[in-house]
Design a protein around this ligand. Structure first.
Ligand SMILES: [Zn+2]
Length: 484
């Protein structure tokens, strides 16, 4: 028996070693659904999403005969040799050679002896295992809101409080070194959860995950269900952890306080889609918390319309500039730039893509995301001096306002169009609308859809006063109903 098994094992080792050794790294462009189908049929190992396609580990002959536009990046590569760069500058290019570079996404191939050199300073982390399905997406056009928003963007922005964002950033700074998995990281987690509850959220959860070397830690998540399309989601996120030597005021007490403030302001304002506010953990170790969340969201089939990530939004040298990073689709990043410029005096620079913060795992999983960052990068980044002393809260307030206006506009684009007072959706207002409201209120009739269309006096509730308002308008020359 033994004599037979040995050749089999030898053959298996040969096959395994052969398949590993034969894989080359290619950049493949996807320009149509046909291309996506071709790549799917190749059954290759897709390791990373790029702006116009994917990086794949594949057999050279198979890729070249596929008809796909591709470029050989490296030969005889294994996934274990590959690392991503988390830095926002290109300093690592001086020490390591990148086999792929696209804006601020850099992929390095490292030898085993180089790996012990990795630390918080050079910020390189192993390429995560991704389950990527090749897809081609037509660019999505932004649809302007059809119906009156519940609140105007100006009024909404007016609710953002500089005092509160300042107080919350100071409080986060005071959790001494929020290193992932440390006591102060857990204390900050509990404090953030308490804040969500204080702001009125009754659905706040810890999203537990395991990472090396810190063990089990949690993202903190608060949910605000959508009124019309609860199946669609907008995610507002930031990492709450900090480096080992830093108070983490700008990086990323500011982004965290920004998420909390957006959650506070939006709490009692109805939104069509579901908002999910997330304070990630383990970002400094390689975006661990956001990889964990985004991979699970993709596996669940979550419909994430948009993910907005804030990381470092208040360095004191800033007055009127921001940097934006994004993936293959820029629609909502352009919306951010437009709103920031027209309403809040901030000019955005489009910086391309970046693998350096928590938006990136969402982009890799096929979702649209924007990473918002201060225009002039912190001079005290990852040092003991990253304290609130070096922050400009007036600028930070406008960064948060622009982010808030953007996500609210994305939500408004999903609101069901309606004419105020046209309760039965006939296209105009008449006596039948009055009858519809009365049936709804007193005779178990169907609810108007959306309900807001029946709020003819705009007081936020549907009741007999709306019937009066419609009668007044139709028969006594009263004002046109305005539902907001
Ligand atoms: Zn950061």
């Amino acid at each position: 028996m033994a004599a037979k098994i040995i050749p089999v094992i030898t053959a298996m080792i040969f096959v395994l070693a052969g398949s590993v050794a034969a894989d080359d790294l290619f950049q493949v462009k996807i320009k149509s659904t046909d291309d996506a189908e071709r790549l799917r049929n190749l059954n290759t190992n897709i390791i990373l999403k790029t702006l116009d396609g994917y990086l794949v580990l594949a057999d050279r002959a198979a890729v070249s005969s596929s008809g796909l536009e591709c470029r050989l990046l490296a030969s005889d590569v294994t996934r274990e040799e590959l690392y991503l760069d988390q830095r926002f500058d290109d300093k690592n290019l001086q020490n390591f050679s990148a086999i792929f570079k696209e804006d601020n996404v850099r992929l390095f191939r490292l030898k085993k002896e180089q790996v012990p050199l990795l630390d918080e300073e050079n910020q390189i982390y192993p390429l995560p295992e991704l389950t990527l399905e090749p897809v081609y997406r037509e660019p999505e056009a932004f649809r302007l809101p059809f119906s009156p928003a519940v609140i105007s963007l100006d009024s909404l922005a007016g609710l953002v409080s500089q005092d509160i964002i300042s107080a919350n950033t100071h409080r986060l700074e005071a959790f001494y070194r929020r290193l992932t998995g440390s006591d102060s990281d857990f204390a900050a987690r509990d404090w953030i959860s308490d804040k969500f509850i204080e702001y009125g959220y009754d659905s706040v959860v810890y999203d537990n995950f395991y990472g090396f070397p810190y063990g089990y830690v949690d993202n903190v998540i608060a949910y605000k269900p959508g009124t019309e399309r609860p199946d669609l989601q907008i995610i507002v996120g930031a990492h709450r952890d900090a480096g080992s030597v830093s108070p983490g005021a700008d990086d990323n007490g500011t982004g965290s306080a920004g998420v909390l403030e957006m959650a506070r302001v939006l709490k009692d304002i109805p939104t069509a889609v579901t908002f999910i506010f997330i304070l990630f953990d383990g970002e400094e170790q390689g975006l661990d918390g956001s990889w964990h969340y985004a991979d699970e969201a993709k596996a669940r089939g979550d419909s994430i319309l948009y993910m907005l990530n804030m990381d470092m939004i208040a360095h004191y040298q800033n007055i009127d500039r921001a940097n934006l990073y994004y993936g293959p689709v820029q629609t909502y990043s352009q919306l951010w730039a437009h709103l920031a410029d027209s309403l809040f005096g901030i000019t955005a620079t489009f910086k391309g893509t970046s693998g350096g913060s928590d938006h990136y795992p969402f982009i890799q999983n096929g979702y649209q995301a924007t990473f918002v960052q201060e225009g002039i990068f912190s001079t005290v980044y990852h040092t003991a001096r990253d304290s609130t002393t070096y922050l400009n809260f007036e600028y930070m307030k406008r960064m948060v306002q622009a982010s808030l206006a953007t996500v609210y506009s994305v939500d408004a684009s999903r609101r069901t169009p309606y004419i105020c007072g046209d309760v039965d959706n006939s296209g105009y207002i008449n006596i039948l609308d009055i009858a519809y409201i009365i049936r709804y209120l007193y005779r178990d009739g169907m609810a108007p859809f959306p309900l807001a269309a029946a709020d003819a006096d705009g007081n936020g509730a549907v009741n007999i006063l709306d019937v009066s308002a419609l009668i007044d308008h139709l028969y006594r020359g009263g004002p046109t109903p305005i539902c907001d």
